[in-house]
Structures are given as C-alpha cells and as structure tokens.
Design a protein around this ligand. Structure first.
Ligand code: HEC
Ligand SMILES: [Cu+2]
Length: 347
C-alpha cells in the first residue's frame, strides 16, 4: 500500500483546503492520519469488493439463466483464504494502532509541563513560570509539551483537532496528553464532551510560536510569581510547614526530593511519586500512609482549589535538597504584595 509522496502531499493539501480535514500541525498528526487512511482504504476496498460481487453474481446467476443452483460443498482453500487475509489485515491494524497508542501516551522525558484546568465553561492554562491564560494556550514549536489536566466540576474533554490530540478532563484526577507543535499559527481548542448549557462556547485558541517569539511571550505575560512561589506561600498559610518544616524533629516527612522518588508506604507497598500522587496525598492522606509516620495529617478536601493544589504540587516538585520553609505568613509577606491567600477555596 504505497502512495507516492507527491500524491500524498497533494491529497493532504486538498483535504486541508477543503475544510473537511483538520490541518496537520503536530509531529503525531501525520502518523495518526496514515493509520486513518489505511483503515479508510481497507474499508472502501472491502465495500467495493462486496458491492461488486453482490451485483455481479445477482446478474450473472439470475433466475432466467440458472434456474437451479449448483451447491458447492465446502472448499478448504476458500475458507483459509477468507480467514487468513482479514486476519492479516486486522493484525496489521492492531499492531500499527498499538505502536501509535504507545507513542501518543508516553510523553518524551524532556517535555515541558503546562497545567490545564477545565470548568464550566472555560479552559484555564497555568504555566510553571506563572503565566495564566483563559481559553488560550501559547506553546513553542519544536518542543514536546505535556498537559496535566483536571476538571473543577464535571467531565470535559480537551481536543486540538489540528494536533490530533484529545483527552478526557475529569474531576478529581489528573490526566495527561502531549504533543509537539510543528507549524506556527492559531488552532482551535474544543471541549468534546457535552458538559452543560454553554458547552458549545467552551472553546479557545492555541497559539503556536517559534522559540524566539515564545520566549518573548513568556517574559511579557508572566504574573510575576511562578506557580511554585504561589505554592510556597500557600504552604505557609495553610500550616503545612508546621509539620513539614524539613527538620529531623518535624512530625511530617521532609518533602525535599520526594517528587519522582519511590516512596515506601506503611502497608508494605511502594509508589512512584508523581503529580497525581502529591495531589492525592494532600486530599486523602489517610489512603496511603508513608512508612514510619503516624497518620496525623489532616485532609484538605474542600479547602484548596484545583489551582491552589497545582501551586502546592509545583512547590513540592521544586524542593530538591533541603529546604527552609517560611515560618509565618507575616514574615513571608513582608516583601510580597499578596494580601489574600492565593488558591484557597472561597466559601
Ligand atoms: C499535622 C501535621 C501535618 C500537616 C499540617 C500536614 N502534613 Fe503532610 N504529612 C504529615 C505526615 C505525618 C505525613 C506522612 C504520613 C502520611 O502519609 O499521611 C505527611 C505526608 C505528606 C505527603 C506525602 C509525601 C511524603 O513524603 O510522605 C505530602 C505530599 C504532604 N504530606 C503534603 C502536605 C501539605 C501540602 C500540607 C499542607 C496543605 C500538609 N502536608 C500538611 C503531616 C502533616
Ligand atoms: Cu466542557
């Protein structure tokens, strides 16, 4: 099934200009499309084959010409043929699909992470450097981007058709998706899961910039404080530091370097600490007790917004070696202009 590159490019160009087909603007897009066209070709060829045979036989063996049918009592060759050929085709589709699936679901290790919070009815993007966007997302070309996404209310689904990217955004759990944009430009974001009255306006734009422009954008639109700096403040104002002060005598474990590590739990199992685990450790501490510690950490369920949790997660991620926590809110805020506690849930 070989299509010459020229013909292929022509086909893709024509499809794009016909508005029937999204542009191919990510590294994965051509691969996803290749499989799509393979499946489409097989389907169409199968359809034509069956249709031609049905009509052909109907005409050739119509009643006036062959009033009595000749019964064929089985042919091993025939049966083997119609078993093996479809099986082979399905195996190709399955293996091809599985390889693509692994590619789509495994972000490269050098991917930059951006958080996306979905809510009725908007998309909020939070960059680690402190850039916040609503119904917009700026990304550079040539660099893998991973989105860590969560919903603040109901099920949503985040889709960028031109990147061939779509993933459910679920309340209470981080889901991730990654892509590498190839072409500067503006592309649609859609919510593809019906989520209430204004579902149809839960849309936005991804702006893909070349690396230099992206750099400029990052500097020009930062809020001044990074997510982890917000998290540090929240850590102090929520009183996390009273137990996680980092000192040996503290009641809670030292959180430096915990991200990415393998944590031993009191029930004998162990976990790989990622963003999802950190979030869960704050909301449901009693579900998984770190070995060697008493189950004294209170739950923060309902007290911190998803944005606040993202800040805390980024802060804990940033704690590499030993850290010194802000002991009280007042000392920490003396040189920071933030009168309210960022990220806490307003009643
Ligand atoms: C009353 C003391 C106390 C407070 C307050 C507290 N923690 Fe904990 N925390 C603990 C203890 C003890 C553990 C270990 C036992 C467990 O897993 O519950 C723990 C475990 C954790 C873990 C799991 C990782 C690890 O190394 O065990 C995270 C993450 C964490 N706390 C974050 C926080 C954050 C963020 C806050 C504030 C919002 C907070 N904690 C407030 C006592 C506390
Ligand atoms: Cu939605």
């Amino acid at each position: 099934m070989h299509i010459s590159p020229v013909l292929w490019q022509f086909l893709v160009k024509w499809l794009n200009s016909s508005a029937l087909f999204p542009r191919e603007a990510s590294t994965i897009a051509p691969y996803a499309d290749a499989l799509y066209f393979f499946l489409l070709t097989i389907t169409v060829v199968g359809l034509i084959l069956v249709a031609v045979l049905v009509f052909g036989f109907a005409i050739r063996y119509r009643k006036e010409r062959n009033p009595v049918a000749t019964q064929v009592e089985g042919s091993t060759l025939l049966e083997a043929t119609w078993t093996i050929i479809p099986l082979a085709l399905f195996m190709v589709a399955w293996i091809w699909g599985a390889l693509l699936y692994f590619r789509i679901y495994n972000p490269p290790t050098n991917a930059m992470n951006i958080y996306v919070v979905g809510k009725q009815w908007m998309w909020k993007a939070e960059h680690p450097g402190g850039q916040h966007e609503i119904n917009a997302l700026h990304v550079p070309t040539g660099r893998p981007v991973q989105l860590t996404m969560i919903s603040q209310d109901v099920f949503h689904s985040f889709s960028i058709p031109d990147f061939r990217v779509k993933r459910e955004v679920i309340p209470g759990r981080y889901t991730t998706v990654w892509f590498e944009a190839t072409t500067p430009g503006t592309y649609h974001i859609f919510c593809t899961q019906y989520c209430g009255t204004n579902h149809s306006v839960m849309i936005g734009d991804v702006t893909v910039l070349n690396p230099e422009d992206y750099q400029k954008w990052t500097q020009g639109s930062t809020s001044g404080t990074s997510l982890s700096q917000n998290g540090e403040r929240l850590f102090a104002s929520m009183g996390c530091n009273s137990c996680h002060s980092g000192s040996a005598a503290a009641r809670g474990p030292n959180l430096a370097g915990v991200y990415g590590s393998k944590l031993q739990l009191s029930n004998g199992s162990s976990v790989q600490v990622n963003e999802a685990y950190l979030r869960d450790a704050i909301l449901n501490p009693s579900q998984h007790i770190t070995a060697g510690y008493a189950p004294i950490m209170p739950t923060y369920q309902g007290q911190i917004s998803e944005d606040g949790l993202i800040d805390l997660v980024e802060y804990i991620k940033s704690l590499k070696s030993n850290y010194r926590v802000q002991q009280t809110l007042t000392t920490s805020q003396s040189n920071q202009a933030a009168p309210t506690t960022p990220g806490t849930v307003n009643p």
